[in-house]
Design a protein around this ligand. Sequence first.
Ligand code: FAD
Length: 434
Amino acid sequence: MATWRLRRAAAAIAASSAVVAAGAAWPSASASDPFPAALEAARRRVAQPGAAPPPRAAQRAALAGSTPADPLDVLVVGGGATGCGVALDAATRGLRVGLVEREDFSSGTSSRSTKLIHGDESVELFPTLAKNSHDRSLRGTVVYYDGQMNDSRLNVGLACTAAVVGAAILNYAEVVSLIKDESGERIIGARIRDTLSDVLSAWSGIRPLAMDPSAKNTESISRDHVVFEDYPGLITITGGKWTTYRSMAEDAVNAAIRSGNLKPANGCVTDHLHILGGYGWDPASFTVLAQNYKRMKRTYGGKIIPGAMDSAVSKHLSHAYGTLATQVASIAQNEGLGKRLAHGYPFLEAEVAYCARHEYCESAVDFIARRCRLAFLDTDAAGRALPRIIEILALERKWDKARQKLELQKGKDFLETFKSSKNAQFRDGKHNGQ
Ligand SMILES: Cc1cc2nc3c(=O)[nH]c(=O)nc-3n(C[C@H](O)[C@H](O)[C@H](O)COP(=O)(O)OP(=O)(O)OC[C@H]3O[C@@H](n4cnc5c(N)ncnc54)[C@H](O)[C@@H]3O)c2cc1C
């Protein structure tokens, strides 16, 4: 158990390929951007070739190093869309930020969404529709544009981006209680338990609707978010949706700054900042992977043979990792980890090693559920891939035989929840993990 301290007047926030060449250019912050110097500094860190978050041990040490003499400005509780968005926002304002997530990033609601980013609406007139008929007049029609996204990978990307710009983020670390100052008037810290050796596999997934306290009936429950200070020093943000995580984070950090009388170096810049792997990416980036990399595959006899980086694999890598796909492709080529993990799916062995090294992937379930999502696409294929995934993770994490056996059992138990009524929300016809 560790105790992490906040500044006396700080705040805790609870939140329910183109190969990028060295010195690659991206649009520089212009004078019309808000806080151009801060934005440019953040862009440089996120867009640098090979940008990678610090390892977990370094993050843990950074958090544990927060003392009354050298405290955090903001401690974020929860590593879903909201919490990771808050950590990224606060860190890019120059605040000293920690984030703890009791399970894996996006293991809560944020990996169980319908994966739609609700777009803007526009009012348009359709000339083929009658504008005037029987005393009725068509004034216009509302057209909504929705986008599809991979929620858990976006969440992991946000967590890693926050880490790259300086937030100390830690999965498998649970806030078990909050610490008040001597007068009992303000939250000044939290007790955290590192749960890595005791990973839970509990599910949740209740849409966090925000309730307006003055509402007269349930119809006025909105999907908008609410930010409030439950107790001096403790800001809670609840409600909202994936689509609005960025502006929710901005509101929460503004509230924390007010509550803690914090002195950020600059205002919010996240509206103009891409996440890791976003700079330099364009839809044709996958062709560069296909042309420049081979998938070196180890045969059962131990020989390494070359295979093509076919378009299914290169498209998948490019979409999942952005420009960082080149790092995954390098591992596939240089370390003989170019085999597919499951027949018919584009996921590669190299991804397991990459996610362990650079995406805080701490267990086999983290990989099949939230780094590649094979568990959601094909439970049986995920089950068949588990032994190889565990073999690769065992090398990365130096797991002994007992830990490998445990990982296999946990992976099987997890996949079993997809087949039984234990996890009914995935069997309702809507949440089939596309
Ligand atoms: C079925 C469903 C479909 C949806 N579809 C969409 C959609 O299509 N589009 C859209 O925009 N939005 C959608 N949403 C809404 C969106 O998914 C949520 O608004 C968003 O994921 C909430 O993120 P969050 O970070 O607030 O919560 P969560 O993702 O639940 O994160 C909270 C985290 O806090 C952690 N935590 C809790 N207590 C502690 C503690 N003591 N210490 C450390 N960590 C702790 C939990 O482990 C959890 O990971 C949907 C929601 C649901 C339920």
